[in-house]
Design a protein around this ligand. Structure first.
Ligand code: COA
Length: 375
């Protein structure tokens, strides 16, 4: 078939471009990580264990978990290069930009000498400690906010507890862990695909992670959680929410936190996080917020048959943890990091450059040369 006859698939919808053993999305068994159903992992495992599972392909035994967490904790002590880079940023910097700068600086401070699966796992564990620490350092050194002290104990703080302490006031590390597990991996979502494209050029791990951070930042992707909170808070009562959503739909606006390329009958992560949102709202006697969210959910279903995705109720949970909404996407990035590392490892093993084609629809030389000659 000639190049001009090959079909174009907008957004690569339905196109399978590689095999993966990391996660499976949208099949009859629901979302699974390395063969384990998401609800089982949420019920029985910590985020630390799930991060290890995604990166190593198996759940850790006690010794493996201890060694992994020792490396994660080591990553929390930021290098001077990283602190200088983040410390020089203006107060208005978005936390996703902090992570871009921080990960780039980390790659300069601790370069990956020869990219391999081993170095990806080693550096990946360090980044799981470093990324939350970068956000905490930014809050403290640039925004002048006080961070809570690390609780005393023999074991290093869990990734979820550390992340929560770095970005907010909440202490419910178990709920934070559940949200990070939900973000863990999602086959070839846009940011993981960008990460794999980058890794396919045999680049270092930091560059590939940065490609993922840049892609996750978009409103159609990770930033939907920040935008969801704006939306929910913009309505003063249930009637406002009902009318407001209808008006937005009439104006053909996209409602953040709704719809998903892979889930046409509901996102399995949404129900898990919604339970936490309800519990936290009841504990804090602020159920009005959740009732408004539910009116939005009902209106979206009635009008468009669309369901909330993972980001919608996560926005409420993070808000109730006292986290500034600009940090929401950065937390998503921390949750997605183990999946990204696992995909970098798979891509390195595959060692094939990802390089699709475009169909040229621009001018032809005779048109251009004709125009140029007539000038
Ligand atoms: N609000 C309003 N309409 C929506 C919508 C939303 N959030 N999501 C999808 N739709 C509508 C589209 O307008 C389109 O309607 P049409 O056929 O009448 O034109 C139809 O549903 C298909 O949408 P499309 O954008 O082509 O689907 P997609 O699979 O390419 O997009 C998303 C998936 C996630 C990009 C899309 O649902 C979206 O923009 N959601 C909001 C952002 C978001 O929450 N992102 C986080 C995803 S985890």
């Amino acid at each position: 078939m000639k190049k001009t006859e090959l079909p174009i698939v907008p957004g690569l919808e339905g196109v399978v471009v590689c095999e993966t053993a990391v996660s499976c999305v949208g099949h009859e068994k629901g979302l699974i990580y390395r063969g384990f159903p998401l609800d089982k992992l949420v019920r029985d495992c910590s985020y630390d264990q799930v991060a290890y599972l995604l990166m190593y392909g198996k759940l850790p035994d006690d010794t493996e978990e201890r060694e992994f967490m020792r490396r994660v904790a080591g990553g929390r002590k930021l290098h001077t290069i990283v602190k200088q880079a983040i410390g020089s940023l203006p107060r208005t910097t978005h936390p996703m930009d902090v992570l871009k700068v921080g990960v780039t600086a980390q790659g300069i401070a601790f370069p990956e000498q020869s990219p391999s699966a081993r170095s990806a796992r080693k550096i990946g564990a360090t980044l799981l400690g470093a990324l939350p620490a970068m956000l905490g350092f930014f809050r403290n050194a640039v925004l002048g906010e006080l961070l809570r002290k690390e609780p005393k104990g023999d074991k290093p703080e869990s990734i979820a507890a550390h992340a929560l302490r770095m970005v907010g006031e909440g202490t419910d590390a178990a709920a934070m862990g559940r949200s990070l597990i939900g973000y863990g991996d999602h086959d070839l979502n846009a940011s993981t695909f960008a990460t794999r494209v980058c890794a396919s050029t045999r680049v270092d791990i930091y560059s590939a992670i940065c490609a993922g951070i840049c892609t996750l930042y978009g409103p159609l992707h990770g930033k939907a959680s920040e935008d969801s909170l704006d939306l929910i808070l913009s309505f003063g009562n249930l009637a406002d929410a009902f009318i407001g959503i209808q008006n937005m739909l009439v104006q053909k606006k996209k409602i953040p936190g709704f719809g998903h390329r892979m889930y046409k009958h509901g996102d399995p992560r949404s129900g898990i996080i919604k339970k936490d949102a309800w519990r936290l709202c009841r504990e804090r006697s602020c159920t009005e917020l959740l009732k408004i969210a539910e009116v939005i959910e009902m209106t979206m279903f009635a009008e468009k048959h669309l369901y909330p995705n993972v980001d919608f109720y996560t926005a409420i949970v993070y808000h109730l943890f006292g986290i500034d909404q600009h940090f929401f996407t950065a937390l998503f990035e921390i949750g997605r990091l183990p999946g990204a590392i696992a995909h970098i490892i798979e891509q390195r093993e595959l060692d094939t450059l990802i390089r699709p084609m475009a169909r040229y629809i621009g001018s032809q030389p005779d048109e251009v040369l004709h125009d140029t000659n007539s000038v």
